[in-house]
Design a protein around this ligand. Sequence first.
Ligand code: SAM
Ligand code: DTB
Ligand code: SF4
Length: 346
Amino acid sequence: MPDTATVSSESEFSGHAHVAAPPPAGVDVRHDWSLSEVRALYELPLLDLVHKAQTVHRAVFVDNKVQLCSLLSIKTGGCPEDCSYCPQAARYKTGVKAEKLMAVPDVLDAASKARAAGATRFCMGAAWREVKDGPQFDSVLEMVRGVRALGMEACATLGMLSESQAKRLREAGLSAYNHNLDTSPEHYGDIISTRTYEDRLRTLNRVRDAGISVCCGGIIGMGESVDDRCNLLRTLANQEHHPESVPINALVAVEGTPLQEQQRVETVDMVRTIATARILMPQSMVRLSAGRQQMNDEAQLLCMMAGANSLFFGEKLLTTGNPEYTQDMALLEKAGIRPLEPRQEG
Ligand code: SAM
Ligand code: DTB
Ligand code: SF4
């Protein structure tokens, strides 16, 4: 019998923010990490760090499954913001064309295909600065209801939200909202100028207050220091509640963006970041997000050993490439990694 204090990967699956089960004995869930403590973890000899992270991971996620998530850009390009990593910002010449919001049936068609391919979470992304009330938001609410009716978790990432918009998303059944802090508070101003760290935290609080589960993480490889990485993780972990999911993205350096010349993130850096996230936020799903196409199988497996238990599958992320479906399935099969099963709606 599994220990009742442990968290099955299914626990986030209730579809809404939940009160995390008490952690199993020996697993520390803290909200008061200092930078030097986080840095001491991040800088452990790599194999000691991975061992520690894996120990925490196995104590909490006894079934050791990996969640397969599907991502769809429901509104691509033309964004007024200046996020220096983003190919969808209208001001950068990246070749991404601005498109209109997709029609509801087309989104639900993609969602049911994703479900058939094994997805348990369907994430819809829009290149908006913020949500505006009106017919477009009404369509997004319909998409959320449709995805939930298919028996998947519905996640959305639409930019900043008001309190009432968060509440309406929750009422439509939204399981999770993705809104990343992206980097440390100190480095943030070098990356984005059109909205502040506080704006981001305000939206996250509104999501949390509405009872929606929080998906919040960041990107590495944007010229940040080790302290910046540690401060991002520390900011995430020191929130009153840990985000239920923490996407860790490796920058995909897209031509035309200000970060186009950034060097590819080294595997060891990705592994250290994931392992530290796992130790700091033992009960969160840690998602190996952007950057997998640039990693070989072994690098991805190391990330999973370090505590990543969720990934996006499908040949595209929002606008950039992701590994082929068959390649991902072959990797999971070869490594004997079991995917979290789709939930059967009763
Ligand atoms: N517009 C909304 C927002 O910014 O919150 C939602 C979509 S936005 C593309 C979602 C997240 O994708 C960003 O916060 C960022 O963390 C990630 N992202 C965007 N471009 C990326 C890139 N080139 N490499 C890695 N991650 C990226
Ligand atoms: C997240 O943290 N990563 C995903 C998801 N949340 C929305 C997005 C990655 C986008 C990578 C760049 C692109 O494909 O446009
Ligand atoms: Fe717009 Fe989001 Fe891209 Fe920033 S990350 S430019 S807000 S789509």
